[in-house]
Ligand binder design. Structure first.
Ligand SMILES: [Zn+2]
Ligand SMILES: [Zn+2]
Length: 372
């Protein structure tokens, strides 16, 4: 999982520039960092689809707020910003024709042994005992959903998220570098690979939804905390303000020489304070509530050799099997997918009595058994 929130100080690239770069990288371009920006060498097909030269340069330019991609061959510059034709075209390409890109990875050396240790390194099975039954080299497939998100409140935060799943086990994969840097990768033409099975995609969608919610929640945790603190501070100030107002008005009632009418008038105003405070509190809640928006930008299929590991999980006298993958890209065993909620987990519990695979969040009340 890689993400780039727009308010992280380490990047001075605008979000559309980050998106453009990420889009090009995940679609097979080789991007080279330059002091004044970056250069990208695009696969011919991608250059044609975007109507770009195969070699393009992104320069921050004199005004960093209006970054542009320069096409040396055609000697023209295209601005990259929200609503700019180039970025719109990238977003269009990504969402109309998903999956846009398939990438095949060649692995020179695939791990052959020591999977017991690889499993023990990352997994824990607090109520069962895992045993490796068999291992075999197998082709597998990962699918990457590259998504743009935005959270709006009193402030705004935007970022990009990559959500990765193993297509066979539907397990969400953490921390996978989807730019496949340093790997031998090729981009077969669409006709050369089988198309994505819609049934498999349908099975993934609820998990994608869940993964999006979880990941966005994690991405905006600081943002949410900041909004919460500000909300609490404003609520406190508001309460203090109305309390002092009430005290002042109460005090003014003691003044000598007030007419009956003005006393009644002041009392009425004091009586209105709780409603006024409730209304203002509600306004603050609206001001600081967080609305999020997500848009998928690109889908990437990664075909790779991997090691399929069949394990047996023994709990008391009962046992069940599970399939794991040793992932040569992350160089670790992929997590298991919780059968209750779909989350990826390295801490695996088995339910009683059906031995469903559960994450720590689901283990106390197995959602599968509950559904019956
Ligand atoms: Zn779960
Ligand atoms: Zn169960």
């Amino acid at each position: 999982m890689r993400s780039e929130a727009s308010n992280t100080p380490e990047t001075d690239e605008s979000l559309p520039t980050q998106f453009a770069r990420h889009f090009l990288e995940t679609h097979g371009a080789v991007v080279e960092e330059k002091p004044e920006g970056w250069d990208a060498l695009l696969p011919g097909e991608l250059a044609r689809q975007l109507d770009l030269s195969e070699l393009v340069s992104a320069r921050r330019g004199a005004d960093a707020r209006t970054p542009a991609i320069h096409l040396p061959e055609k000697d023209r510059s295209l601005p990259i910003g929200y609503g700019s034709p180039l970025v719109e075209k990238m977003i269009g390409l990504a969402s109309d024709r998903a999956p846009l890109t398939t990438c095949r990875v060649r692995i020179d050396y695939l791990k052959k042994a020591g999977f017991d240790k690889s499993i023990a390194d990352v997994f824990s099975f607090p109520n069962s005992l895992p045993t490796v039954q068999s291992t075999a080299e197998a082709k597998t497939e990962y699918i990457v959903f590259n998504c743009w998100y935005q959270a709006q409140s009193d402030e705004q935060q935007e970022g990009m998220l990559d959500l990765v799943f193993n297509l066979e086990t539907a397990a969400p994969i953490f921390e996978m570098d989807v730019t496949l840097t340093g790997l031998d990768r090729t981009f077969p033409s669409p006709g050369a690979v089988s198309s994505l099975d819609p049934k498999i995609l349908n099975r993934l969608l609820p998990k994608l939804q869940k993964a999006l919610e979880d990941n966005i929640a994690a991405e905006i945790a600081d943002f949410r905390e900041r909004m919460k603190r500000r909300y609490q501070r404003d609520i406190r100030h508001l309460a203090e303000y109305y309390e002092s107002l009430r005290q002042e008005m109460e005090k003014s009632l003691q003044r000598p020489g007030l007419t009956e009418a003005s006393i009644a008038d002041r009392k009425e105003k004091i009586a209105l304070i709780p409603d006024e405070l409730a209304r203002k509190t509600h306004d603050l809640l609206k001001k600081y509530s967080i609305r999020t928006d997500v848009r998928p930008c690109a889908v990437l299929r990664i075909l790779t050799p991997a090691v399929k590991i069949l394990i047996k999980l023994t709990k008391g006298k009962r046992e069940r099997s599970a399939t794991l993958f040793y992932n040569p890209i992350t160089k670790t065993v992929d997590p298991l997918s919780c059968e209750g909620c779909g989350a990826g987990t390295y801490r695996v519990w088995l339910c009683d009595p059906h031995l469903h695979i559960l994450c720590p969040g689901c283990r106390r009340d197995c959602p599968v058994c509950r559904k019956g």
